[in-house]
Design a protein. Structure first.
Length: 265
């Protein structure tokens, strides 16, 4: 192997070259094959391979004694995916959902006890102005009385969820705001079972929405998306029946884009 330039690590270069030798056409490669391709002695190639295997970047097949990529390589790939902006990955999915349904679609993350809007796809439907509430990218709303906030809170680890609930000041915001912590916990349990959250005029008069969580590769909830309508457009039951499947499917598609893989039931 040629010498590397000043300021670079030959050992690191060799290790990465070994990992790069694997692909879908050659998932299993032996030590001798790698040593020939990389112009290394067999003992040197074996030393690098043994180190990569010890660290989890390679695994040895017990039958053939050849090597395949290990789980650590997958972790690196998923870390790269998760470092992408969830807003960037979500944007085309949100626009498609808005175009297909004709309703406004939003994306938010949790920050403390609030949700922060990070993307909006608005429509010009009649009644839309009445429920916009001067919302914009960067706007904050209390998580407890929004569909997106509840969708995120429902899927947080219990310890973190309880910590946040203890900090919430439950005050009425709309006609149907949940203001009792016990009732709120019961609502979150229903959301975990259903996989979808609703806001039936809990934040403001006339505003109805449904939301679903977005997950990372690790399963951690990253964000949530919602579809919002004015109460005169559709009943709550009809909102869930007509648009619930599209909302949950869009959230699933975005989660897959973030590296999340569904676990079979």
């Amino acid at each position: 192997m040629p010498e590397t330039g000043t300021g670079t690590s030959q050992s690191l270069e060799r290790g990465l070259a070994i990992l790069s030798a694997f692909d879908s056409d050659r998932p299993l490669i032996g030590v001798s094959e790698l040593s020939r391709e990389l112009e290394l002695s067999r003992s040197t190639a074996h030393r690098y391979i043994a180190t990569l295997a010890q660290l989890g970047y390679l695994q040895q097949d017990p039958d053939s004694r050849r090597y395949r990529l290990g789980p650590k390589v997958l972790d690196l790939g998923f870390s790269a995916i998760n470092s992408m902006d969830v807003r960037e990955i979500s944007a085309p999915h949100l626009r498609r959902l808005s175009d297909e349904t004709g309703h406004t679609v939003n994306l938010a993350i949790l920050d403390g006890t609030d949700v922060v809007y990070i993307e909006r796809c608005r429509t010009a439907q009649p009644g839309q102005r009445e429920i916009d509430l001067n919302l914009h990218v960067g706007a904050r709303l209390p998580a407890y009385c929004t569909a997106m906030g509840k969708a995120i809170l429902a899927f947080l680890p219990e310890e973190r969820r309880e910590e946040i609930i203890a900090r919430i000041e439950f005050t009425p915001r709309g006609p149907n705001t949940i203001t009792e912590p016990r009732a709120f916990r019961e609502e979150l349990e229903r959301i975990r079972i259903a996989g979808i959250s609703v806001n039936d005029e809990e934040l403001a008069y006339g505003l109805r929405s449904i939301a679903a969580p977005i997950h990372a590769h690790s399963g951690e909830v990253l964000a949530a998306l919602n579809l919002a309508v004015h109460r005169t457009m559709v009943s709550m039951d009809e909102l869930i029946a007509r648009f619930g499947p599209a909302v949950t499917q869009t959230a699933t598609d975005i989660s897959l884009g973030m590296g999340h893989r569904l676990v079979p039931a």
